[in-house]
Design a protein around this ligand. Sequence first.
Ligand code: GLN
Length: 199
Amino acid sequence: MTIGVLAVQGAFIEHEQMLVKLGIPCIEIGKKEDLSGIDGIILPGGESTVQGQLLEKLDMKEPLRAMIKNGLPVLATCAGLILLAENIGEKEAPHLGTMPVTVRRNAYGRQLSSFMTTADVKGIEDYPMVFIRAPYITDVKNTDDTNMADTDSVTILSEVDGHIVAAQYQNQIGLAFHPEMTDDTRIHQYFIELVQSCH
Ligand code: GLN
């Protein structure tokens, strides 16, 4: 198994260190050719506008979108979640737009830019969450509240103060916080299990 970590901008090294800790081989994705042969991809935090522009400039946006639509597992954190979102509000066009959620950028305001809290993420108790100029999810297209196995629905994985901060749609996991910034590897482990289940 090889996990690609998008390495055009942002906090990609920290994700690589988490994968090393878990003994999972990973490669940095800096150009289109790097995309071939990966079993999953991590989209790190950073600045989504810059990342989106770079994906376009490097001719990676369409191939990556196609791979995700075809089921490539994705762990997207913060700016990465914004890249995946189908809707970023009225003023901005979506980037990859593969996840049927609406996000609000810098949702906690620019002044309260960083904070830490602890909350449960479906199946994982007391997960330490680092938020840095974070978005949150304001709307999901369908939820699976009915508990029916609907492959076209979004599962809410975590809420903090009434806001959705983690969700999953098919093989796409989107997080508003940074799981690579603490020692807790449980979210990366959950992602690796998802990748394994797709093999
Ligand atoms: N505020 C950034 C954006 O909108 C995301 C911040 C982050 O990834 N930590 O792109």
